[in-house]
Ligand binder design. Sequence first.
Ligand code: G6P
Length: 611
Amino acid sequence: MCGIVGAVAGRNVQGILLEGLKRLEYRGYDSAGMAVLGESGSLDRRRAVGKVAALAERLEQMALPGSVGIAHTRWATHGKPSEENAHPHQSAGRLAVVHNGIIENFETLKADLQASGYVFESQTDTEVIAHLLDRESQAQGDLMAAVQRVLARLDGAYALGVVHAAEPDVVIGARKGSPLVVGVGIEEAFLASDPLALLQVTDRFIYLQEGDVVRLTRGGVIEIVDAEGRSVEREIQTFEHGDGAANKGNYRHFMLKEIHEQPAVIAQTLEGRLTDRGVLVKSFGVEAEALFSQARQIHIIACGTSYHAGMVARYWLERYAGIPTQVEVASEYRYRRVVVPEGTLFVTLSQSGETADTLAALRFAKGSGYLGSLAICNVPGSSLVRESDLTLMTHAGPEIGVASTKAFTTQLTALMLFTLALGRQRGIDDGQQADIVAALRGLPALVTRVLALDPEIERLSVDFAEKHHALFLGRGAHFPIALEGALKLKEISYIHAEAYPAGELKHGPLALVDSEMPVISVAPNDELLDKLKSNLQEVRARGGELYVFGDEQVAIEPEEGIKVLHLPHVDEALAPILYTLPLQLLSYHVAVLKGTDVDQPRNLAKSVTVE
Ligand code: G6P
């Protein structure tokens, strides 16, 4: 999604803004731009379609000297990716605006502005903000006051950055519905949609809250006004993950680096949360004990990969904790009439904590009679974390690859902790609990062993590079893993992939199976294995090529048309985590063979902050 960077510094900001945009590339975008206030009072802008590198080329030909500026990567919503639609948008050559989000009433505002003589150059909703601001800034007060008056007229979601030639020492920022942070420098101040964009200049951040408007002035002065117009102080937080997260290290892609980080980040997610035989319920927050003991039912809401984690959790929560659980994608949930039985706990799952639909679902749930809310999230200080009653952080560290990998397996790890925490109160068998705890402790080492199978998985990937379709099968808690495998393959290799519960095969997808449709199956050693084997025979009998990821203790032997990769034996409860890994690696290698943009696949965004 769109990315914002802004700076008021004691030096030229072009390099800082450009580096910030490069660091935001992972969010997904289709054009980029920058506007800088020059020493002579001019406002200059460069924009380019495509990668940030194209903007960098423009800047090499014609630099933007100056110490106050804003920059943007755009992910098209209103109007195609083009230079005219790229941000910053200007009005009267005096002011420039960058915007992340959607202005829902832009058509009405546009008609009003056109009637007063403003001529629009783009098809974007953002341009109305620029012209409204021009009109307002000609009236009374300073730029901050003008921005506040404009905001009062906007419906929708936004994070904004604004500069105006009349106030050459100032950048204004505002947030409502889209994330924005202030980077606190030494006599300098910065703005960005994500701290990662600014780690080259600071590790100290203020996470703006809903409705905040901020004025950054030369000398590092930061003034914040809240939604009610009151001056407020916000806490400065230190970013703890270091800047290493923004580098690929020795890996060719962030995705591969993040896949290989999984043993470490799963261990970090478990750290300090397990006792000898169970889970430290306080890890979820001080009120967790009370809320969990009252919980009679769970509603889990999420999007994308996080939704798949929720689907696995449903199997776990019902099986091990005996608690009825529903899982739903946020974009559906937020717009339907939901029946909330008494004692229902509302749970959101999100890597970013800023996904617009998930956040809207949480806000909707607040007035719907839930017992309380829990967010399982990877980004401290994110909106979801701030607005939930309880939180359990996944300690995956920043995830840069658009296709989620380590965020997913750490979510599953956190969800197993949640299952055990609820299970304890609902009479989970002591022995079973102790077995799962022991298995969790051994999980990072097993993950390392599976990652060592990478060369074998890379060899398998060759068979997929020329295919147009693939079918993933799994049963029970491995059906969501099949869904996640299919999602990874389609996201980064653009091969059409579907996933089915294996038992549904003969109700439709079997009609598609032939030698051109590889069928991938996750076959852990669980009670459904024999049934799964019969499903695989059905595929084989139709000439389908099978790829089976199975337990080393399982007697599925390779034969003509069946390739088998054996994984180390794992406690059945944790098998979904382990069986995710070969599917991540398979998609990765297929995408590399196909030469796609692995870390930033076309049309997709890392953090979907608009509806
Ligand atoms: C986007 C990303 C996915 C992610 C989903 C939900 O679609 O590309 O990788 O799973 O958003 O994001 P969240 O941050 O809420 O987990």
